[in-house]
Design a protein around this ligand. Structure first.
Ligand code: XMP
Length: 541
């Protein structure tokens, strides 16, 4: 019982011990869910997505998840993520060891593996040599986790500590040049650990390993499909909303559009959408939203024309944060006024996604430093006394797109690039005026046309123009010009958190420059922004 020692042990009495030794979640009660326990890994969302790519639902919980919560989720398998700490370090994240006795298959990755080893009586020590990056690993392919793998292949490692003594009842099932225990398993039972990261692409057979765990070891079925999601959500929304009315702020972006169609399938005329035209939109955006949602899908859509009010409030405002705050405040004022006209509304729908839910979990601690005040309707429900409906809160962005397609939304709508809530205002450096907005709108249209025509739109996370009130001298025909500049911003990214500037071919850059200068009045120079994030941000303000 060596593993009952130490601060990670939560058992206090004999009754606890008796209780602990019983297998509580019987296999037949387990759902087709894999629980991912977060020890602070940068890959935790990637692990969750890898599982879903196999059509199996996954949930992420912080390492402090209680045994009761695990039982409530009733997963068929648990993955303990990696993390930046050392298991023997001060304040290292801990996990309720009783969960390991529930009879549920467990896979520990990196820190997760070391954690299993240390709480079950093994030993973890600082390795002589750290192992980062590529490592050749030899697998014992007779064991279920590595079934069907080549005897040797490339993995990706990132660790300083290593397991120097296995817990009793465990055996090694893989080794690398630097680590004699690159993977282990409990000889009788389904607890596994891998020192490398099967979730990253550099681990050549990582996808096979995860499949072996999910299907071979945990026995999951492929039940997480867009159809099953839509059917289950419609039922859930109806049960929650009953005969009440629901309001949704429709922006025309992917999340609120998918949310609108899903809710209208569930609630019909009980859904009321409000679209605020703040005058900061791209060319033709309002007309497009009206066409798709009012005429084609026949939603109850109120379009509020608030351009004048927004421009009035933004007059003279140059500071980026101040701009964002003015826009946020004005939006709430306009939205509330429109919402009051909808009688008996008790719910406000929001397109919150799973990454937002994960990032607001306690593991991530208090609010991080504000780089930009994002514009959203987060404060609205409390203020308006409305309950929330968030039908997309289980989904990652790519899943929202698939669900959108399943619901019949046009492809160009579900595959749109993100557009910020404060709109073109954060793409105009300095004061926002109607004239500058018009110039930027025209430039944006040219850039979008070329991006689509040249097949770059789908390959970049975002591509857009930024208005720079920096005048420079030029010559057009025989005339001198002295006009403003447009900066082209084009980035690649997977989640918007980090980004690289996109390597747009020279001939495309050339076409953009030519057409913007020739077709947009008031611009005589185009520059290309080659800053990654960090240190830059994607939007200029
Ligand atoms: P930054 O500029 O912070 O942008 O690197 C990261 C991503 O977020 C988008 N963005 C916003 N989205 N409300 C939004 O809904 C906002 O206030 C906002 N500001 C930035 C930005 O377009 C990029 O995709």
């Amino acid at each position: 019982m060596g593993f009952l020692r130490g601060k990670t042990c939560h058992l206090k009495t004999r009754t606890d011990l008796f209780y602990w030794n019983r297998e509580i979640i019987m296999p037949e009660k387990r759902k087709d869910i894999i629980l991912v326990v977060d020890f602070g890994s940068q890959y935790v969302q990637l692990i969750a997505r890898r599982i879903r790519e196999n059509k199996v639902f996954s949930v992420v919980e912080p390492h402090s998840v209680s045994l009761e919560r695990v039982r409530e989720i009733a997963p068929s398998g648990i993955i303990l993520s990696g993390g930046p700490s050392s298991v023997y370090g001060r304040g290292a994240p801990v996990f309720d060891v009783r969960v390991l006795q529930e009879g549920i298959p467990v896979l520990g990755i990196c820190y997760g593996m070391q954690y299993i080893a240390s709480v079950l009586g093994g030993k973890v020590s600082r390795g002589g040599r750290r192992e980062y990056g590529r490592a050749d690993v030899k697998f014992v392919t007779e064991n279920p986790l590595f079934k069907g793998l080549s005897p040797k292949s490339i993995t990706w490692m990132s660790h300083g500590d290593k397991i120097t003594r296995l817990p009793r009842g465990f055996g090694r099932v893989a080794k690398s040049g630097n680590t004699s225990c690159a993977a282990f398993r409990k000889v009788s039972g389904s607890i596994y650990g891998v020192q490398f990261h099967p979730e990253v692409e550099h681990t050549v057979e990582g996808a096979k390993i995860l499949k072996n765990f999910i299907f071979g070891i945990c026995g999951c079925k492929r039940s997480w499909t867009p159809e099953s999601f839509v059917a289950a959500k419609i039922k859930e929304i109806r049960e929650k909303v009953k005969d009440k009315e629901v309001i949704l702020g429709l922006s025309g972006g992917v999340d609120s559009s998918v949310c609108a169609v899903l809710l209208s399938r569930a609630l019909g005329k009980k859904l009321h959408c409000i679209f605020v035209d703040n005058g900061l939109l791209r060319k033709g955006e309002r007309e497009r939203v009206e066409k798709v949602f009012k005429r084609n899908i026949k939603l109850d859509l109120t379009v509020v024309d608030a351009e004048k009010l927004f421009l009035k409030e933004l007059k003279g405002v140059e500071d980026p944060e101040e701009k964002r705050k003015v826009i946020g405040r004005t939006f709430i004022k306009v939205f509330e006024r429109a919402a009051k006209k909808i009688k008996n509304a008790e719910f406000l729908a929001q397109g919150t996604l799973y990454p937002d839910v994960i990032e607001s979990q306690p593991f991530y601690g208090g609010p991080s430093k504000t780089i930009k005040s994002h514009h959203n309707v987060g404060g609205l429900p409390q203020k308006m006394g409305l309950a929330l409906v968030e039908p997309l809160r289980d989904l990652f962005k790519d899943e929202v797109r698939v669900v959108g397609e399943e619901l019949g939304l046009p492809g160009d709508m579900v595959n749109r690039q993100p557009f910020p809530g404060p709109g073109l205002a954060v793409r105009i450096v300095g004061e926002v005026t109607r004239k500058r907005l018009n110039v930027l709108r025209e430039a944006d249209k040219v850039i979008m046309d070329i991006a689509r025509k040249r097949g770059i739109y789908g390959k970049t996370w975002q591509m857009f123009g930024v208005y720079l009130p920096v005048q420079s001298v030029g010559v057009m025909g025989d005339d001198r010009t002295y006009e403003d500049a447009i900066a082209l911003r084009a980035v690649t990214s997977t989640d918007g958190m980090t980004a690289d500037w996109a390597k747009i071919p020279y001939d495309v850059l050339s076409e953009i420059s030519n057409r913007v200068i020739n077709e947009v009045d008031g611009v005589n120079r185009v520059v290309f922004d080659i800053t990654s994030k960090p240190p830059g941000t994607i939007e200029w303000e």
